[in-house]
Design a protein around this ligand. Structure first.
Ligand code: NAD
Length: 248
């Protein structure tokens, strides 16, 4: 009997921040559709190695992990080059690496503003910058940037984070316009409150009460949107909210 071909079979997805939380769920969901998976993360690499081993075992796809601070232009260039030579190409780039350093504007330290923008916004620029040559040569590619509803609505105590996530939406639309003619799509996802390490310690009951659907979301619900955008050939420059109705 013929085995059915999965929609993303033969494609390599590079996922920054793929070692845990939303990035890990996206890596699993893209692998379930047949994509080979390159996980990029900071830290010691143990979590990323575990994610890769599990995904390879579960879905039979190729996986590898790379340690790289996405805010480092030269290091991201080297990492993208390594992924391309290990996998033979890159078809999907998911910019999911992100951090928070919350604080009220009156007291926010310059270094906390700079670091959040460097990781969340410049990190995505670095990855797109280095992958775009590969996409152009391949005559196609898909970029998915993980923004946030906070980038659409703002949030007290998160001036740095909100600015970085709003910037990511501008970056998404500029890149979408610039590269659409070359069959390269670029979209963003704006999640609301999602249960991960990043949101550990938040008052879930209070937050849930402010969400029209009455609960926080789970990483797999964001991953569903990423699979959709990876496959939606006629969608570019969009911002897909996955927020239980929070930002409407
Ligand atoms: P998380 O803290 O669980 O995971 C963050 C990931 O980013 C980790 O894999 C970490 O290794 C990686 N990372 C951090 N700094 C890095 C750097 N300098 N270089 C490379 N990798 C780095 O967070 P999460 O909740 O899974 O969030 C993932 C993304 O989704 C982030 O961009 C976050 O801003 C965004 N987001 C999260 C929520 C939420 O409620 N959890 C809501 C909206 C948007």
């Amino acid at each position: 009997m013929l085995e059915s071909v999965k929609p993303l079979e033969g494609k390599t997805a590079l996922i920054t921040g793929g070692s845990r939380g939303i990035g890990r769920a996206i890596a699993r969901a893209l692998a379930a559709q047949g994509a080979d998976i390159a996980v990029v993360s900071s830290g010691n690499g143990q979590a990323a190695a575990d994610v890769c081993r599990k995904i390879a075992g579960e879905y039979g796809v190729r996986t590898a992990h790379y340690i790289c601070d996405v805010s480092d232009f030269e290091k991201t260039k080297e990492t993208v080059g390594n992924v391309r030579s290990d996998f033979g190409g890159i078809g999907i780039l998911v910019n999911c690496a992100g951090i928070t350093r919350d604080g009220l504007i009156l007291r926010m330290k310059e270094e906390d503003f700079d670091r959040v923008v460097d990781v969340n916004l410049k990190g995505a620029f670095n990855m797109i910058r280095h992958c775009s040559g590969i996409f152009l040569r391949q005559r196609g590619g898909c970029i998915i940037n993980i923004s946030s509803v906070v980038g659409l609505t703002g949030n007290a105590g998160q001036a740095n984070y909100a600015a970085s996530k709003a910037g990511l939406i501008g970056l998404t639309k500029a890149v979408a316009r610039e590269l659409a003619g070359r069959n390269i799509r670029c979209n963003a996802i704006a999640p609301g409150f999602i249960g991960t390490d990043m949101t550990e310690g938040i008052d879930t009951d209070r937050i849930s009460a402010s969400v029209p659907l009455g609960r926080i979301g789970c990483p797999e619900e964001v991953a569903q949107a990423a699979v959709y955008l990876a496959e939606a050939a006629y969608v570019t420059g969009t911002v897909l909210t996955v927020d239980g109705g929070l930002a409407m």
